[in-house]
Design a protein around this ligand. Sequence first.
Ligand SMILES: C[S@@+](CC[C@H](N)C(=O)[O-])C[C@H]1O[C@@H](n2cnc3c(N)ncnc32)[C@H](O)[C@@H]1O
Length: 258
Amino acid sequence: MPEIHPLSRVISFIKYLWHCNGRHGVHSPFVYQLLEDGLYIKNNDFKAIQQLRKELRKDNTPIRNNFGTNAGAYKGQGTIGDLAKKAGISHRYGTLLAKLVKYFNPEFILELGTSLGISSAYMAQHNVQITTVEGNDKIASYAKSNHQKLGLDNLEVVCSDFDTYIDQSLRNIPSIPFLYLDGDHSYEATMRYFSKLKSKATSDSVFVFDDIYWSPGMTKAWEEIKQDEIVTLSLDFYKMGVVFFKPVKEKQHFRIWY
Ligand SMILES: C[S@@+](CC[C@H](N)C(=O)[O-])C[C@H]1O[C@@H](n2cnc3c(N)ncnc32)[C@H](O)[C@@H]1O
């Protein structure tokens, strides 16, 4: 599925803004509390990650990657610097992930799509064990060394294709308190991963999907995930979508400005 046309992207962003809820527009005590005590709090703890990102951007080491859906940095030929510029999470959304992790305080995080390890570094700031999966062995090695440079020892980088990892390891994982899916952005792959991983969701789990408006296929996947019978609440941050599984009287959906 090709990346969304720039004009369609602008239209979908305007639609998102139009329907966006601020903290006073959310009629859910759970979401209001999350915004008030979690997401709208300033946090400037990430200087080391920002510094590392700057250094990685200058790295001209060539890298070839055959995983994922995108051309250029994610898939094909480029440099480590390209990956740092295009594939790594932005600081803004890195802090969103970090705040979600801090607020929900999960014991374990599964990330599918490590790349250079930037998003996992944002999430690893708290007392949590993270397993992050990357198909490309050279990129996975970079991620490991980046985590070492940042002094993070609560992360395991697994080099594997996502399907192989899920099929081989899921039976050993009792539940997934926090999932971040950021790779292989096609409708089919996203729905396949979700249908396998949702069996490990509990009523307290938080599942985060990246790039939900990146292509028509991703948007379709996001719409279907929101409608899934086990999803009870969803938050749309435009760049990423977050779903919850807690028992509620009525399914709810909010678009949140962050
Ligand atoms: C968007 S990047 C991840 C960025 C990272 N989460 C960050 O923000 O720092 C996606 C990564 O997933 C990997 N990937 C994509 N599809 C995959 C698959 N089917 N199996 C394993 N790795 C895959 C790609 O090699 C790429 O490095």
